[in-house]
Design a protein around this ligand. Sequence first.
Ligand code: TRP
Ligand code: ZN
Length: 875
Amino acid sequence: MTKSDTPVYRLEDYKPTDYAISHTELDFSLHPTETIVKSKLSLSPRKNTKPGTPLVLVGDELKLLSVAINGHELASKDYSATPEKLEIHTPPSGNFIVQITTQINPKKNRQLMGLYLSNGVYCTQNEPQGFRRITYFYDRPDILSVFKTRIEADEKNEPVLLSNGNLLETGKLENGRHYAIWEDPHPKPCYLFALVGGALDHYDDSFTTMSGRKVKLGIYVEKGKRERAAYAMDSLKRAMRWDEEKFGREYDLDIFNIVAVSDFNMGAMENKGLNIFNDKYVLANPDTATDFDYAGIERVIAHEYFHNWTGDRITCRDWFQLCLKEGLTVYRDQEFSSDQRSRPVHRISDVRVLKIAQFPEDAGPLAHPVRPRQYREINNFYTTTVYEKGAEVVRMVHTMLGDELFRKGMDLYFQRHDGEACTIEDFIACFADVSGRDFSQFMLWYEQAGTPTVTVDSHYKDGVLTLDLTQTVPDTPGQSDKKPMVIPLSFGLLGKNGKDMPYQADNHIENNVIVLSEAKQTVHIRDLKEKPVLSLLRGFSAPINLKMEESDDDLAFRAHFDTDEVNRWESLNKLMGKALVNAIADRSNEKPAMPEKLQTLIEALLDDDTLEPAFRSLCLQLPSEIELARMIGHDVDPDRIYNVRQSFMKSLADHLKQKMLHVFDKMKTEGHYSPKAEPAGKRALKNTILGYLALAEATPLRAFEAYKKADNMTDRMGGLSVLVHLFNETNEAKEALSDFEKRYGNDPLVMDKWFSVQATVHGEKTLDHVKELMKHPLFSLDNPNRTRALIASFAASNQTGFNRVDGEGYKLLADIILTVDKENPQLAARLSTFTRSWKQLEPKRQSKLKEQLERILKAPKLSVDVSDIVSRTLG
Ligand code: TRP
Ligand code: ZN
């Protein structure tokens, strides 16, 4: 199929299949290039299916060896088969059994979808449409089937054989072969099927559920890496307990296994009872993983585990409903992490991610609703909009209903839909039913793309605060003239004493939340004893742009006193953003300093021992270059943004040097390393300060010391990144880089940090260095983690390097996209999304980037994945 005639799939075309598949028995004989898969499917016609209706199953690059019905092999006239489709012309009426034998080649499978080999280990990835690369099937999430799986393999090379559910039987065969039989009693869609075969070490433990059942837990890793699974196991057990306590959800099988593999397209996968992970989200010890890595492991382990209920037991009717499981499960993992760590700090980090990744997506050519209505390639919709904005939508439901009703709604959802394939309507109906609220307008959050803007005008007179609120939703590709949304605005009113003031609420205010639902709305807040400072959008209660005319004094007051820490940080961030954007626009000043008032404000926050170190570290961070670019919105010059931002930081560093030295010394974390939030927060503040001190002192010595003295990876990387980013040409930087390579040169996962830190050195020289690094023996475009570490870091996080004015950065990315596309279109498409903000660039860069996008589109044999992204990007 060529890219121009690939079909567009539409939500409104949903239709159930003609037949159901109640049971699926699979038999795998594993072989690197000639794996044989036998399936035995129990089919039954739907009520409305006319007898003799053809059975049409999908495949992808399949070789059919045989097909039989009710035990009788079919003659060639009775069916037609291509690698993409198997049609049985006239199946018998009533229930029947189909048996299909296919042959597949795991070694050649570099798309990493279906059954493939990762570093000698057989593994599967079937979401969203990988199962069709294993056997012909109804490869769609609304076909729920009970799976029984027999795996046969070489006993020496594949001593470990795993699949979903419970182990029924194992045994020896001739010629050094052996087998295992697994059965999963829970009906599931085929995208949750998984199989693993290989020589793996395992880390074992157990968990006793709330009803007293003992579950065997196992984490399987490459040989020699067993001890690195300890933190993942600890996270898993905490996640299991938390889901019982917070959502009443108990685990439902006797075994829960996790396997870490090194070749994986995404983070991890929630296959029933057998999660498969990118090893990046499993392996950690203090010497190899940073605090950030530990937090990522805790989050992803929890995320995949939580899918057992939100995804596996209740799954999606079709892929348009992807946010049903992903938005909800991200919301759940965010809540878990908040409970395990500092809630405000965690919320601020999530808000930052939303603004750095989702807001630009929503503002660019790839904008789409949380529930898209059409797609050409579903793989391109595993986006930050579906995941993170999807989580924000669930969070808004919680904000409007409060803890108790929200939990009631969730309970109803689990009770009503367990074992079903559902839609967003099913989910939201549960909250409508328990609360008696009408959610029909709220559904627009799933339909309308783009980040709404809420504008606020406020006037105070005689004890009454009047808010004139206006909302607009921007046009996005294929959508204009949007309707007003339901927007919950959490708020508080600060008195002169810095405390929250009591007030008398209007009737559409409930629990300190104004629920906006019209294009224009006026709200009165009465009985105030003095003019308050309004703190609106507390906790970032809705994924919107808030435009509020607010004096710098009020912003500074809130940065000091807001009782909501998220808004405290947000107001400081706003002040910094305003000052930076102004300074960037004023070309008369090459090296502007941060306004003094702002410096004093930051000083006070840094000085405040009552604040968590992690929070203070966040307060020292200026808005990112990407955020500033989005705020500016047009004619963006990444060099100018970088220079002004650096110069602000330098002025702050000069001003606060003494204070920073003082705090730096206090942040030492002595003794045994712990990845917990508190010591991690100290390290975060210490390493942020290290960067500032390097600017103030203008020498690499302190960072070099820190690097050499580090007894954990967080501090080691803290030193290394300052050295490499600020003193790249010095011997200290070179020595640290080569020392790192010596220490970790045989550990690709750790070396990813080494690649990344070099790819993100600002300026035009980095491009050639990236090209050099691509020749490094450990680097390979064949491995997604390596490619992300070097290439994605360069394109996504090096604004000056990638956006070189001569367009060479764009050319390199385009070359790589075309190379990777031949093997792994999903990864190539992901790399293509880094061009999405091209229209906001200044004209020279814009035309250079456009040239490359057009070159990609003209390439012969381009995948649908890349063609879809690039053509939408060009618009
Ligand atoms: N469902 C996975 C998650 O938890 C997403 C995922 C993992 C995925 N691997 C994938 C999606 C490969 C597409 C392709 O978020
Ligand atoms: Zn998920």
